[in-house]
Design a protein around this ligand. Structure first.
Ligand code: ATP
Length: 260
């Protein structure tokens, strides 16, 4: 469903070249849930921008659902951390969710159906007529998720979507994303700084090295598919995976593509 091959990104500013990504390669099969982690500045945002067609890589390719990415791909939706900036304050919740469908010329009746279904998935059907500023931060992020899934993407990219919400809301949103993934089977790539969150959410965790970035490690999360905030996090296997991931991230702080 997603193929990232030999991706390199060199930034050029004021005559100075900086190699952010050296050679990033990985694939995501249909319906996989992958978390991307790495030290601060390891190129996670750069990688997401290249994957979503917002930035051209220097070398290498990204293929989404069989099509090479050269601009924002049709089958891909993005959810950012800054939900406040991603919703239009003058549009009601239902209209915010509907907007990308309008732009994609989805017929009106189909649009209305998809908007209501998406709002039900995130538990916001009663807020359809509210404005974003009438909702809490966690609810606004639910709207951003609803907008992404109403689009019925092949691949959902999420860039630290829960970094700005409180711990309780974060746990609820994590469970929401797992439920949506279970129900809809969308291939999901989720960037996070949080080791516990990566292990709790993912089926696989990809650890990026420091710049110039390569994939340092690709770890399978062999926890039961049904996750629970208390039970899953209390499993000995959860603690083992968490410890291993912590050690990998510590190693990634000094490991770079140049170390190979
Ligand atoms: N436009 C740019 N020009 C030059 N260098 C850049 C540019 N954008 C990012 N970089 C550099 O590329 C590297 C990777 O940045 P990026 O923002 O992708 O990392 P990140 O892993 O998302 O960071 P963080 O975890 O702090 O959010 C950093 O060293 C950054 O300074």
């Amino acid at each position: 469903m997603l193929k990232v091959e030999n991706l390199q990104k060199v930034y050029n500013s004021r005559g100075f070249a900086f190699e952010a990504l050296r050679d990033v390669t990985f694939t995501a099969a249909q319906g996989e849930f992958i978390c991307l982690v790495g030290p601060s500045g390891s190129g996670k945002t750069t990688l997401l921008k290249c994957m979503s067609g917002l930035m051209r890589p220097t070398r290498g390719t990204v293929v989404v659902a069989g099509k090479e990415v050269s601009g924002p791909p049709e089958g891909l939706a993005l959810v950012f951390q800054e939900y406040g900036r991603s919703l239009f304050p003058w549009l009601r919740i239902a209209d915010n969710v509907e907007l990308p469908l309008k732009e994609s010329r989805v017929p009106k009746a189909e649009r209305k159906k998809r908007v209501m279904e998406a709002l039900e998935h995130v538990g916001l059907e009663k807020s359809a007529k509210s404005y974003p500023w009438q909702l809490s931060g966690g609810m606004q992020q639910r709207v951003a998720i609803a907008r992404a899934i109403a689009f019925r993407p092949d691949v959902l990219l999420m860039d630290e979507p829960f970094a700005a919400v409180d711990a309780q809301t974060r746990a609820e949103l994590e469970d929401l994303v797992r439920h949506i993934w279970n129900d809809l089977g969308i291939t999901t790539i989720f960037v996070t700084h949080d080791i516990d969150e990566a292990v709790y959410l993912a089926e696989r965790v990809i650890v990026l090295s420091s710049t110039p970035t390569v994939v340092q490690c690709d770890m399978t999360v062999d926890l039961p598919r049904q996750r629970d905030q208390l039970e899953t996090r209390a499993l000995p296997r959860f603690a083992e995976l968490r410890t291993r991931l912590y050690a990998e991230i510590q190693r990634a702080k000094t490991f770079t593509g140049a170390s190979l």
